[in-house]
Design a protein around this ligand. Structure first.
Ligand SMILES: Cc1cc2nc3c(=O)[nH]c(=O)nc-3n(C[C@H](O)[C@H](O)[C@H](O)COP(=O)(O)O)c2cc1C
Length: 403
C-alpha cells in the first residue's frame, strides 16, 4: 500500500501526486467491494490517526488561551504562539509579577538544519515580540532588554513590566489568528507596492533591511535558488536526517509532545492529509514531496518573495531583532488577510556550507542577489491565500515556565 504513494506529505508544503481516484483505491473505497470488517478497521484507524480531529485536543488548546487577563502569565500564553523554526518551541520562561525572563532551551535544536542557531535565535525573537505586544492589552508596559547577561548566551531577554491602563491593539488581536500558510496563493490577486512598503516600514533595527523580489526576473532567481538549496539539503544525509527528526505524523505523539511539524498545516487537501495520517511514509517520500510542493505550488504561486538581511548574520542580537520584525510583519499581514510562509532553504544551506566547510555554492549565489555586505537570514513568500491555514501544535505555558 505504501509503495502506491507517489510522494509524501509529511513536510510542510509537500505535494503528493496522488489522484483522488488513486487515493480512494489506496483507501480501498473505490471498488465498492470493501468488506464491512475492513471498512470499520479503516474507520478505527482514521479515528486513531486523528483524521476527524484536526486542530483539536490538548496539543491545540494553547490557541484559545491568548486572551488579556491582567496577569503576567497571559503574556507567556501569547509568546508561545509565536512563529518558530520546525515548531521546536525552543523557549523557557521564568515569571514574576513585574518581570519575565526568556531563555533558550538548548535541548531543542535542529542539528545540521540550523548548525549556527540562527533559526533558534530568530524564533526566540518572535516570542519576544509577542510578549511585548501582549503587555498593553493586559494592562502593563513592557521594557525589553535583549541578551541582558553578556556571559550567558542562553539568557535571551528580560522583559520588565509595570502597571498601565489597558489598551488593545490590532497586532495583539492577530496573535491567535496568525498561522504559517503553506498552500497555494491566489495568482490573480497581486500584493500592491503600498502593502509591501507598509511591511518594510515595520523594520526598526538599524542593521536590518527588507529586500523584496517582485519582478519576474527576481522571482525566478529566488525560486531557482530555493529549489537548488532544497535539493542540496535532501542530498546531504546529515542535514536531511536532522530535518526529518522534527516531523511528527503520529496523532498520539502530536498530542503528547505538542510540537514539531505536522501534516495539518502543510497546505495539502483534506484527502491527502487524511491519507498521510492513515499511512506511514518514508523519508524519501517526504523529501520528494517537500521538493515538489516547494517547486510546483509554493514558489510559482507567490505574489512576491522577501528577505530580511543583516550586516552580521552571526550576531545573536541582529537575529533576535529580525525575529521580532518577522513576527510583527506576519501579524500585520494577517490583519490584511495576507498569507506568509518562511521559505528558509537558502539560509539553511548557507549555514550548512559554512559550518561543514562545504563549497560556498548557495552562499555565493544568494550574495549575488543582495545588496553588498548584506546577508539574508530570513527568506519568505507572501500572497493572498486560497485556503485558511490550519493550526500547528503548541506546548502550553505550564510546560515552558520554570519555577
Ligand atoms: C526562523 C524560522 C524559519 C522557518 N522556516 C520555515 C521554512 O523554511 N518553511 C516553512 O514552511 N516554515 C518555516 N517556518 C515556519 C515554522 O515552521 C512555523 O512557524 C511553525 O511550524 C509553527 O507554525 P505557525 O507559524 O503556523 O504557528 C520558519 C519559522 C521561523 C521562525
Amino acid at each position: 500500500m505504501q509503495a502506491d504513494l507517489e510522494q509524501s506529505v509529511d513536510r510542510p508544503g509537500a505535494a503528493r501526486a496522488v489522484s483522488r481516484r488513486k487515493a480512494l483505491q489506496i483507501l480501498g473505497l473505490g471498488s465498492g467491494l470493501v468488506a464491512v470488517s475492513g471498512a470499520s478497521g479503516l474507520t478505527w484507524r482514521a479515528v486513531e490517526g486523528g483524521v476527524f480531529s484536526t486542530g483539536t485536543g490538548s496539543a491545540y488548546d494553547a490557541w484559545g488561551r491568548s486572551k488579556p487577563g491582567g496577569h503576567t502569565l497571559n503574556l507567556v500564553n501569547a509568546a508561545i504562539l509565536a512563529a518558530n523554526a520546525h515548531n521546536t518551541q525552543p523557549w523557557l520562561f521564568t515569571v514574576s509579577d513585574d518581570r519575565i525572563e526568556l531563555f533558550s532551551d538548548m535541548s531543542r535544536t535542529i542539528g545540521a538544519m540550523d548548525p549556527l542557531l540562527r533559526e533558534m535565535q530568530i524564533s526566540l525573537g518572535c516570542a519576544v515580540e509577542n510578549l511585548a505586544l501582549a503587555a498593553a492589552p493586559n494592562g502593563m508596559t513592557a521594557k525589553v532588554s535583549l541578551l541582558p547577561v553578556p556571559y550567558d548566551a542562553t539568557h535571551i531577554a528580560t522583559v520588565s513590566l509595570a502597571p498601565a491602563p489597558a489598551s488593545g491593539s490590532a497586532l495583539f488581536d492577530a496573535i491567535a489568528a496568525r498561522h504559517t500558510n503553506r498552500g497555494g496563493y491566489d495568482t490573480t490577486r497581486p500584493v500592491t507596492g503600498r502593502q509591501l512598503d507598509a511591511l518594510s516600514a515595520l523594520v526598526d533595527a538599524p542593521a536590518t533591511q527588507l529586500v523584496w523580489f517582485t519582478t519576474n526576473t527576481q522571482k525566478r532567481a529566488f525560486s531557482d535558488l530555493t529549489v537548488r538549496a532544497t535539493q542540496a539539503i535532501i542530498a546531504d544525509p546529515q542535514q536531511a536526517a536532522d530535518d526529518y527528526r522534527w516531523y511528527r505524523s503520529d496523532w498520539h505523539d502530536i498530542q503528547l509532545h505538542k510540537d514539531g511539524i505536522t501534516i495539518d498545516p502543510s497546505g495539502q487537501s483534506a484527502l491527502i492529509r487524511a491519507l498521510s495520517k492513515l499511512l506511514p511514509t518514508t523519508r524519501k517520500q517526504d523529501d520528494d514531496g517537500w521538493l515538489s510542493g516547494t517547486r510546483d505550488t509554493q514558489l510559482p504561486t507567490a505574489a512576491a518573495f522577501g528577505a530580511l538581511v543583516v550586516r552580521d548574520p552571526h550576531d545573536p542580537l541582529q537575529r533576535l531583532q529580525v525575529g521580532r520584525i518577522w513576527q510583527r510583519m506576519h501579524l500585520a499581514a494577517t490583519t490584511e488577510g495576507l498569507g506568509m510562509q518562511p521559505l528558509c532553504q537558502i539560509p539553511e544551506r548557507v549555514d550548512r556550507e559554512t559550518s561543514a566547510g562545504l563549497a560556498p555554492d548557495v552562499t555565493e549565489a544568494v550574495a549575488a542577489m543582495l545588496p553588498a555586505d548584506s546577508h539574508a537570514i530570513m527568506t519568505f513568500r507572501i500572497g493572498y491565500p486560497t485556503a485558511a491555514a490550519l493550526l500547528s501544535p503548541r506546548r502550553p505555558a505550564g510546560d515552558v515556565v520554570r519555577a
